[in-house]
Design a protein around this ligand. Structure first.
Ligand SMILES: *Cc1c(COP(=O)(O)O)cnc(C)c1O
Length: 395
């Protein structure tokens, strides 16, 4: 018999009762070091006092207000995101998929309103992930997400991530935009090179395309810059943001240049909850922390410590891990054996990580960890490696 919850997840056998900083606790009080952060969501750790205060303070004043009215928290957050990025204008959503969807609609309407309605196709990458709506699974182009949901939404052409030649060859007079994750998350933690991102900008300019980055997982400080594309010194025309933006409160945003954003006029797009006062209060508080002096420097510094330790781990245990890759605190460890088994072993040992494609486990710790958390995580990883090697030796 089906469970009351539609079984779309193969859930691990654990439920958490409370969280504090980098730790989660189950109902029995057992403590777990959370290096998954709800898939790069709880960027400031669990129940950060400033976020709790912002949320409860807002909850006592006003929860919901339609986008038919001005929402001061939205205006403030949009202004701050505009000031901190390439963007001139922002649309708020409840989720990442909706932020991508907004960008997809913007791209089509941009070409429509500038006299090129035939330009509607988007070149995206294989192994990409852009969400689970009909349009965003089409954008992701992965069979495992598309299976059973035909007909696939039209308008997406897929090329290999990192290959500018293949991308250039896929452009036709119908192409409207290029959609890329600067660091692929679900696809197995593949960081684009700066040259690749610069090449995308060059090709977009050459063919009059909009460049659309999905920074839902890699943005909001995760790589040590506010947004991952900043490392390449170029900017997109459109960008989807979510996950870390709300630190655990559901919120997303589609950021765009004036040129692109002007395509969305009154009535052309909308949302009931997007930019809700509760979400805005929390996201503004997240931004207070992430934009504070020294925050991103500390992310870079602790990431360097983590990378040093992980490189040593991989070198010491070539039978368990093949490689460490990624950027900043968005790290992938490619496993020799089954990554799901590794996720379970680490869970049993009190460390939460997330599986990704290509037999990778993802380490996406809160951005506020310090060296003691790195040491604790590495102790657990070392123990798991030693246990695995011991079992193999006796087998
Ligand atoms: C998580 C994610 C999404 C989808 O976000 P939801 O909030 O689950 O809709 C889209 N793109 C990337 C890169 C993501 O990591």
């Amino acid at each position: 018999m089906i469970s009351p919850l539609i079984p779309t997840y193969a859930r691990k056998d654990v439920a958490f009762a409370r969280g504090e900083g980098a730790y989660l606790y189950d109902a029995d009080g057992r403590r777990y070091l959370d290096f998954g952060a709800g898939i790069a969501v709880t960027a400031l750790g669990h129940c950060h006092p400033r976020l709790v205060a912002a949320l409860t303070d807002q909850a006592e004043r006003l929860w919901h207000c339609s986008n038919m009215y001005h929402i001061p928290g939205q205006e403030r957050l949009a202004r701050r995101l505009v000031d901190a990025t390439f963007a001139d204008s922002v649309f708020f959503t409840n989720s990442g998929a909706e932020a991508v969807e907004c960008g997809l609609k913007m791209v089509r309407r941009y070409h429509d309103t500038t006299g090129n309605p035939e330009r509607y196709r988007i070149v995206a990458c294989r192994n990409a992930f852009h969400g689970r709506t009909l349009a965003t699974i089409a954008a992701g182009g992965q069979d495992k997400h598309l299976d059973g949901f035909d007909p696939v939404v039209d308008g997406f052409d897929h090329v290999a991530f990192g290959n500018l030649n293949e991308l250039g060859a896929a452009i036709t007079p119908e192409t409207a935009a290029i959609l890329v994750e600067p660091v692929q998350g679900e696809g197995g933690i593949h960081a684009a090179s700066a040259d690749y991102l610069r090449g995308l900008r060059r090709i977009a300019d050459e063919y009059g395309l909009l460049l659309f980055f999905d920074e839902i997982q890699c943005g909001m400080g995760r790589t040590g810059r506010l947004f991952a594309h900043e490392w390449a010194g170029i900017a997109p025309d459109v960008m989807a943001v979510a996950k870390g933006l709300g630190g655990g409160f559901p919120v997303g945003a589609c950021l765009a240049t004036e040129r692109a954003a002007s395509a969305l006029t009154p009535g052309s797009h909308g949302t009931t909850y997007g930019g809700n006062p509760l979400a805005m209060a929390v996201a503004n508080a997240v931004l207070d922390e992430v934009l504070a002096d020294g925050f991103l420097d500390r992310v870079e510094a602790v990431a360097a410590v983590l990378w040093g330790r992980l490189e040593a781990l991989v070198a010491d245990h070539p039978g368990v891990f093949e490689e460490v890759r990624g950027s900043g605190l968005m790290v992938g460890l490619k496993c020799v054996a089954d990554n799901q088994a590794m996720v379970r072993t680490l869970l049993e040992n009190g460390l939460l990580v997330v599986a990704a494609a290509d037999n990778v486990i993802r380490l996406l710790p809160p951005l506020v960890i310090d060296e003691s958390h790195v040491s604790e995580a590495l102790d657990i990883l070392e123990r798991a490696c030693a246990d695995l090697e011991a079992t193999e030796a006796t087998a």
